[in-house]
Design a protein around this ligand. Structure first.
Ligand code: TYM
Length: 329
C-alpha cells in the first residue's frame, strides 16, 4: 500500500489555495492509501508567531482540516510537534544538506526579501525539516500545490544523497501529487500571483457568503476583450482558473465562449463565480464552528494521531540511526 504525507503550516486560516492545492486531493486519497496529514507548527515558528496565539492557530487549522473532510478513522492526523522524531530526523538530514543549496531555495530568497530583519537558521533549514516530515513516513506521494514543487525536489535530492552515501535503498523518491495532473496554483483576487494567507487576496474556508460575494465582485479585472479570441490578461485568466476549480465544465465553456465572442460581462462571470465558491465553502464553514467547539473530540483526534505517527516515525528513526552508525551501549 502506498504511503501519502502532507501538511499545512499553522499560520492564519485555510484558504481556497490550501483546499484545492492540497487538502481536497488528500481527502480523495485517504481511504486508499496509508495517509498522514499534519499541522506544521514547527515550520510556523520561522516567522516568530506570538506564543499566546500559536495554540489557537493549531486548533483552528485542525478544525478546518476535519471540517473539509479529513477522516481521523482513515488518516493519521497529528500535530508536528507531538512527534519529536521529526526534529531528530531533520538534524540527521541536515548533516548532508549543503548551505549553498539551501541558500538558493526560492522560498528562502523570498523570505529574505519579505523579512530582512529576521533571516534565521530555521528559515534556511526549512526544506530540511520539510524533507524530514515526508521521509519520516517514507512517503510515496505528497499532495501539494505548485509552490511546494521545489521543496519536493530537494526532498528527493536529500533522499538520494542519503541512500548513496550509506549504500542503501532506504528512502523513496517522494513525488508531489495531483492525480496525474499538473500541480495547481490557485490565484488570488488581486490580479497577479497566488492566493496566500498573508497577501490579503484570499477567500477563506471560514468566510461568510456576504464577504465572499463582496470580495469576488471587487476582484481585479480589465476593460474587456476588443477582438474575438483575444488572449486573456492575467487578472481574467485568474478568474477563469478559479472558475475551473469550483464550477461545472458547462459554466466554464459558457463564459469562455462569451469571452471569445467579445460578449462577456465580467459582472455576470463574477456573480456565478461567487455562487460556485459559496457552494464549496458554505458546507465546510458550517462544520468548522461545530467542530471547533468540541474540545474533547479535537483532543481525542490528535492524541490518537500522535500515537500512530510516533510509531511510524520510530521505525524510521531506528533504521536511520543504525544506517548512520549510531549504536546503543
Ligand atoms: P502552506 O501552509 O503554505 O500551504 C499548505 C498547502 O497548500 C498549498 N497551497 C496552494 N496550492 C495552490 N494554490 C495556492 N495558492 C496555494 N497556497 C498554498 C501548498 O502548496 C501546500 O500544499 N511547507 C508547507 C507545509 C509543509 C508540508 C510538509 C507540506 C511542511 N512540511 C510536508 C507537505 C509535506 C507550507 O508552508 O505549506
Amino acid at each position: 500500500m502506498e504511503t501519502v504525507v502532507s501538511g499545512i503550516r499553522s499560520t492564519g486560516m485555510l484558504h481556497l489555495g490550501n483546499y484545492f492545492g492540497a487538502l481536497r486531493n488528500f481527502t480523495k486519497m485517504q481511504h486508499d492509501a496509508k495517509c498522514f496529514f499534519f499541522i506544521a507548527d514547527y515550520h510556523s515558528l520561522t516567522t516568530h508567531p506570538d506564543p499566546t496565539i500559536l495554540h489557537g492557530n493549531v486548533k483552528n487549522i485542525l478544525s478546518e482540516y476535519l471540517a473539509a473532510g479529513l477522516d481521523p478513522e482513515a488518516a493519521t492526523i497529528y500535530v508536528q510537534s507531538d512527534v519529536p522524531q521529526v526534529a531528530e530526523l531533520s538534524l540527521l538530514l541536515s548533516m548532508h544538506a549543503y548551505v549553498g543549496e539551501l541558500e538558493r531555495t526560492t522560498s528562502f530568497k523570498d523570505k529574505i526579501r519579505k523579512q530582512p530583519q529576521n533571516v534565521n537558521a530555521g528559515l534556511l533549514c526549512y526544506p530540511v525539516l520539510m524533507a524530514a516530515d515526508i521521509l519520516l513516513h517514507r512517503a510515496d506521494k505528497v499532495p501539494v500545490g505548485k509552490d511546494q514543487e521545489q521543496h519536493l525536489e530537494m526532498t528527493r535530492v536529500f533522499a538520494r544523497r542519503f541512500n548513496s552515501i550509506y549504500g542503501v535503498e532506504f528512502f523513496p523518491e517522494s513525488q508531489p501529487y495531483n492525480f496525474g495532473q499538473e500541480l495547481v496554483k490557485i490565484p488570488g483576487l488581486d490580479g497577479s500571483g497566488k492566493m496566500g494567507k498573508s497577501e490579503g487576496n484570499g477567500i477563506f474556508l471560514s468566510e461568510s457568503d456576504a464577504s465572499i460575494r463582496k470580495k469576488v465582485m471587487r476582484a481585479v479585472s480589465d476593460s474587456g476583450p476588443t477582438e474575438p479570441n483575444q488572449p486573456m490578461s492575467e487578472p481574467i485568466a485568474n478568474l477563469f482558473t478559479l472558475l475551473k476549480v469550483v464550477s461545472s465544465p458547462d459554466t466554464v465553456e459558457y463564459f469562455t465562449d462569451k469571452y471569445n465572442a467579445c460578449e462577456i460581462r465580467y459582472g455576470d462571470l463574477k456573480k456565478q463565480l461567487a455562487e460556485d465558491i459559496i457552494a464549496t465553502v458554505a458546507p465546510i464553514r458550517e462544520r468548522i464552528e461545530e467542530i471547533k467547539s468540541n474540545d474533547k473530540y479535537l483532543h481525542d483526534v490528535v492524541m490518537a494521531g500522535a500515537e500512530r505517527a510516533r510509531a511510524s516515525a520510530d521505525e524510521t528513526i531506528r533504521a536511520v540511526r543504525e544506517i548512520m552508525g549510531i549504536k546503543k551501549f
